[in-house]
Write a protein that binds this ligand. Structure first.
Ligand SMILES: [Zn+2]
Length: 463
């Protein structure tokens, strides 16, 4: 028998690519080994699956592999088991734990010949211990989860806070757990200042304010990094902004978006530099490409991975498309998001997390880096509109290698209920929207978004 962990690992990788790859792989396996592999992987997917209690609620579609089955022919057996494996691997628990969790259930790795010579189903005892194939090195990867605009109610001018604010995040908690870092755009202030910088008596003018204790709440909900570069950060002037940043830091989180500053975090020994941009003159501007790029270069020199967050673009359901041109909203220049994002990547940014349009937008892979043009709303309790597609939301996961190259990702679909509280979506509206927008706005981008929200790079032409 030649099945050992490296073969399983290969299958695991293949199962996330395409069924053609699986067929190729299946052709190299004998029937006996296919059956044995199936048994092992069934065990593995069971072990992984039971670790995640919400699996049934999880909107996993097996559509690509099921349609492939009809044509699978000789590879049917392997496609079947790989389907099971893929199901297991795409649950958050599996993504979190990857190999070590279930490989414990596998037979111990033993030195065995390479899977070339046996062509019959009869498993042969191994004659002598040959050197096994190189153990697949466990590369460091960083899984960043990110959400868009968070306005957890406001207490200005009147009290619009939730009586139990933990409920604002309760339904989507499983989506917030499981990454290495959780990022969100905090689109309010945390201050006790009463000096609103906006005249809220005017129509459609809002000054958002939360008590400082909300920093602890966000920390408890799992947030590590919060953007404070947006058009509400200065709702209570400079003092409100300073208070907000201080409260975020005091709660043990990192605030991103102080002008001319790079914030650094470290996870798994990988140093990440964060920079926040907006269209506000008080903050790093997405309109000043030269100084933005030099800030990115400064971060690049001091970190392994650079993440750029921006708040820009036109707003609303009429602003879902991303074009390589300057966007205006009520006459205000809200930036050319494509030009900005691509130039930041060219300057060294590894991940671009956009927000501001209040609706999810397209994704793009540029120079091997992921750009999310808008993450949409996330929490807008009694503050943000949830009309139509403004209610479509998501938790984005981007898995990067330790150099920042995009590896794979996931869209966890969220639907925001009328009061502005996010719920896990059962109909995956935001995935469908982002698939459509990516196809129309960036038709050539090398990114596959599956109907169940997985983000994959196309398999290389020459494996
Ligand atoms: Zn905004």
């Amino acid at each position: 028998m030649f099945i050992n962990r490296s073969v399983i690992t290969t299958v695991a990788h293949q199962s996330q690519k395409s069924w053609q790859d699986l067929q190729t792989l299946a052709a190299e396996l004998t029937l006996g080994n296919r059956i044995l592999l199936r048994l092992l992987i069934c065990t593995a997917s069971f072990v992984v699956g039971v670790g995640y209690g919400d699996r049934q609620e999880f909107p996993i579609s097996l559509e690509p592999l099921s349609t492939a089955k009809a044509n699978a022919g000789d590879g049917l057996q392997l496609v079947n088991l790989a389907t099971r494996l893929e199901f297991a691997l795409t649950t958050p628990a599996a993504i979190t734990n990857s190999e070590p969790e279930w490989s414990a259930e596998l037979p111990p790795e033993s030195p065995e010949p390479t899977p070339e010579e046996p062509t019959e189903a009869v498993p042969e005892p191994t004659p002598e211990p040959e050197p096994t194939p190189e153990p697949v090195p466990e590369p460091v990867s960083i899984r960043i989860r990110a959400v868009g605009d968070i306005v957890p109610g406001t207490n200005y001018p009147n009290n619009h806070l939730h009586p139990d604010p933990r409920q604002l995040f309760a339904a989507v908690q499983p989506f917030l757990e499981g990454g290495d870092i959780l990022f969100g755009n905090f689109e309010s202030t945390m201050t006790r200042s009463n000096a609103a910088a906006k005249d809220v008596r005017r129509p459609n003018v809002f000054a958002f304010r939360n008590p400082p204790e909300y920093a602890q709440l966000l920390k408890q909900m799992g947030f590590d990094v919060l953007s404070v570069a947006n058009n509400h950060a200065y709702d209570f002037g400079r003092q409100g902004f300073i208070d907000t940043v201080a409260n975020i830091e005091a709660a043990g989180m990192t605030a991103v978006g102080v002008k001319d500053q790079v914030a650094y975090t470290e996870v798994k020994g990988v140093r990440i530099g964060w920079i926040g941009f907006s269209t506000s003159p008080n903050q790093n501007s997405i309109l000043a490409l030269g100084s933005a790029a030099s800030l990115v270069k400064q971060a690049e020199a001091n970190a392994d991975i650079v993440v750029v967050s921006f708040h820009g673009g036109a707003e609303g359901t009429g602003a879902a498309h991303t074009r390589n041109q300057t966007e205006y909203f009520f006459g205000e220049n809200r930036g050319n998001l494509v030009e900005f994002s691509r130039q930041m990547v060219a300057a060294g940014a590894d991940l671009v997390l956009g927000h501001g349009p209040h609706i999810p937008r397209a994704l793009e892979i540029y120079q091997g880096r992921l750009i999310a043009y808008s993450l949409g709303n996330f929490v807008g309790y009694r503050t943000l509109s949830t009309r139509g597609a403004l209610a479509y939301s998501l938790v984005l996961e981007a898995e990067l290698d330790d150099q920042g190259n995009f590896q794979r990702g996931q869209i966890y679909p969220v639907l925001i209920e009328r009061s502005g509280i996010p719920q896990r979506s059962t109909r995956s509206e935001s995935i469908a929207l982002m698939r459509r927008l990516t196809a129309t706005d960036f038709p050539a981008t090398p990114l596959v978004i599956t109907p169940d929200g997985r983000l994959q790079l196309p398999a290389p032409a020459n494996p």
